[in-house]
Design a protein around this ligand. Structure first.
Ligand SMILES: NC(=O)c1ccc[n+]([C@@H]2O[C@H](COP(=O)([O-])OP(=O)(O)OC[C@H]3O[C@@H](n4cnc5c(N)ncnc54)[C@H](OP(=O)(O)O)[C@@H]3O)[C@@H](O)[C@H]2O)c1
Length: 438
């Protein structure tokens, strides 16, 4: 067997400790598959004295994690610290400058600095791999870069954030409201103390930006992902969707489009959708992630599994290490950075489809007529309309009006909402959620 692949681990938290446990538990199997031993030689974290449930005594310790990138006895640095900038980025740059490979689970860093880092890795002829950064344990990057490599990918979409999916599916099962379920998820450790990145769709946007670059051969463009999270989804929306035969899921959707002048644009959006109960994504529950990719020859592919957690994420990290041990130094984004297309952001306005629109309105005569008139004037055709109960007599509590539109352009809905802007009948801005059919 060849020389061991010597690795350094920066970050010994959930994922870092998981990687140590996996490498120890499956050492023989990994060595046989990789053709050589994967050997941890050095580690770094913030607090040296912390009990992490793993024995670190055999590994060298560095207080300054950036030094790991410069150590003579290290072939690959594994960055499991997190954060788009700061020490993680400094370590990544140092690692490529020192001519070593880097594996990371850090979607924020890849989404913001992936192109710069990939260019450095390619110049140094070093591997740069980040399977664990998208959908945790699911081998979706590998699936697109290798298994589906012969296809033009026409669309990629899916459930990319386990925290949101857990919250939505718990709301669905229990009929409870968002804030209540979020508080429980935090207490159980399923949601961060600061859940903003998850529930506002930013974490999913990081992952979508990485996926679309690999799927469509375009330069990563996180700034163009339009992200709306799940804060405004009500238990009443979930009940309404259920009555219509749909489940609500936070969906990341990316699709190249050709505009009127024939140039290629890229649509990237994170938004809650109503997913038809016969679509495979409707049945993705709890903290599970799932990605659908549609290739022009293979058809619809579905990747599903655990999107987070120590074991699944470590599985993806170590798969990258095995590839490196086998000598794989392919382009990080499948196509060399200098050859990636730049596709300007596509506007959502000319996308067509059905949509669910929910209004919170004052309970008084004429409100419904005002809404339907705006829809008519904007050319939005309504398939069904539900008014949810009436407020108690004399109460100024708003009532809900929900509707599903016929197939039509999103621009028409946007126009209808513009016509209603500032209306005293509306208690809050309407919530629009596109529908995904079977
Ligand atoms: N958790 C998951 O399920 C999951 C899934 C997919 C991707 N990821 C990604 O994996 C990465 C790690 O996530 P995690 O959940 O393992 O995080 P974590 O449990 O918070 O662990 C972070 C580790 O980084 C260390 N660290 C933080 N700042 C540092 C600094 N300035 N210098 C040196 N070490 C520092 C911490 O040290 P101390 O332990 O000493 O405080 C800790 O060991 C992140 O990029 C995350 O987005 C995580």
């Amino acid at each position: 067997m060849s020389e061991p692949l010597r690795i350094a681990l920066a970050g010994l938290g959930t994922v870092g400790a998981g990687v140590i446990r996996l490498i120890e538990a499956n050492a023989d199997l990994i060595a046989r598959r990789a053709g050589r031993e994967i050997r941890i030689v050095a580690v770094s974290a913030r607090n040296r004295g912390k009990d992490r449930g793993v024995d670190l005594s055999a590994y060298a310790w560095e207080d300054d994690m950036v030094i790991l990138g410069e150590r003579e006895d290290v072939d690959v640095v594994v960055e499991l610290v997190g954060g788009a900038d700061g020490p993680a980025l400094a370590l990544a740059r140092t690692t490529f400058e020192a001519g070593k490979a880097l594996v990371t689970a850090n979607k924020a860093m890849v989404a913001h600095h992936g192109l710069e880092l990939a260019a450095k890795a390619e110049a140094a002829k070093c591997a740069f791999k980040f399977e664990a950064a998208v959908a945790g344990g699911i081998p979706v990057i590998k699936g697109l870069k290798e298994g589906a490599a012969a296809n033009a990918i026409e669309r990629v979409y899916g459930i990319l954030n386990g925290t949101c999916n857990y919250i939505l599916s718990t709301m669905e099962d229990t009929g409870r409201d968002f804030a209540d379920v979020l508080a429980e998820a935090q207490a159980r450790g399923y949601a961060e103390a600061d859940p903003t990145f998850d529930i506002d769709g930013i974490d999913a946007a990081h992952k979508l930006a990485i996926l679309s670059s690999i799927a469509f051969g375009t330069a990563i463009d996180f700034a163009s992902v339009r992200a709306t999270g799940i804060r405004r989804v009500l238990a009443a929306d979930i009940a309404q969707a259920d009555a219509l035969g749909y489940y609500i899921r936070l969906i990341g959707m990316a699709e190249p489009e050709t505009d009127a002048s024939g140039s290629r644009r890229l649509f990237q959006r994170i938004h809650p959708h109503l997913v038809h109960r016969d679509h495979p994504l409707a049945h993705v529950d709890g903290a599970t992630n799932a990605v659908v990719a549609e290739g022009n020859f293979v058809g619809r592919l579905l990747f599903q599994g655990a999107g987070a957690g120590d074991g699944p994420t470590a599985s993806a990290v170590v798969a990258d290490l095995i590839d490196i041990a086998r000598g794989d130094v392919g382009a990080p984004f499948s196509i060399p950075v200098g050859e990636l297309d730049t596709a300007p952001a596509a506007d959502s306005g000319h996308r067509t489809g059905k949509a669910y629109i929910r209004f919170s309105v004052a309970d008084r005569p004429g409100v419904l007529a005002e809404i339907t008139a705006a829809m008519r004037d904007a050319g939005v055709s309504i398939e069904s309309l539900i008014q949810k109960g009436r407020a108690e007599a004399g109460s100024d509590e708003p009532v809900l009006v929900a509707m599903v539109t016929h197939e039509g352009p999103e621009s028409a809905i946007a126009h209808a909402l513009e016509l209603l802007e500032g209306s005293e009948s509306l208690a809050e801005p309407p919530l629009v959620m596109p529908l995904i059919g079977e």
